[in-house]
Design a protein around this ligand. Sequence first.
Ligand SMILES: [Zn+2]
Length: 341
Amino acid sequence: MPVADYKTYCRMLDRARENHFAYPAINVTSLTTANAVLRGLAESKCDGIIQVSTGGAAFASGSSVKDMALGAISIAEHVHRVAERYPIYVALHTDHCQADKLQKFVLPLVEETERRRSQGKPNLFSSHMFDGSALSLKENLDLSAELLERFRKADLILEIETGVVGGEEDGVVGKASDKLYTTPEDTLQVASRLNSIGGRYLLAATFGNVHGVYKPGHVKLKPAVLRECQEAVMREYGDAARFFLVFHGGSGSGIEEIHEAIEYGVVKMNIDTDTQYAFTRPIADHILKNYDRVLKVDGEVGDKKMYDPRHYLALAETAMSERVKQAVSQLKATGTTSYNM
Ligand SMILES: [Zn+2]
């Protein structure tokens, strides 16, 4: 199917919250990883979200170009074309963009969407994240409000973050502090600043999440923080103000915590570390098992079939698509596609 338009994406999010499941939002950096996500979603009969980080987008533009906006456009155009061949909906999203990168990443992409809309073409991306979690809440919400005003006019959904996710992602290291847990007071401020604007937004409220790699059990998640935030906002602004939440830094978290977070309104879970590993695992296996055919050892010529990148990248695509299917199942989203409904 084509990439989800605004109405379809909104319906996807509404259905997830009503029916207590969440969409995987998987980071991609290349054609092969994007294809792996589409395949995994299609085989799970589940809609989903493909996302690109600033670093991933710079990588996709080529190591001598390193233009994050260009790389993101390139991946998005690929997804727009090939998504037509899969019987599911996919939304296109850009991941964490700190304030100092807005000019180089999100804003040029919004301009690109605005230009396309003025020519009667579909949006390039469906949604963008602004990560103001390193700023004061006031500065974070000032910038978020400004973006949401603009996004509303272009049928774009905004994702924001309050509190700080620990760990490291894309070279950005989170600081350990009390901001690891969002407070109901913080999220009430979010609602009071953003809800009157009328655009649609998703909220990544931290509840002890950590970006990167940890063994299961290491991460001290407190999903109840999300419930407290939802209760507070509904008490103050009514049921309609209930947040659509995003789960960041979920690698290594247990299935019970994931399910609990879904009960409290998580509709999107970011997945990167686990699919990165799934992609690389069969490549390592291939090379270690066949090193004397992948390499030209002792004056031999190797085996062209074994070092052709297609050979091991196809194995990686398959393994990553399997990991996507596992994520879909953990998020209780298998078979939930709204395509053809
Ligand atoms: Zn985050």
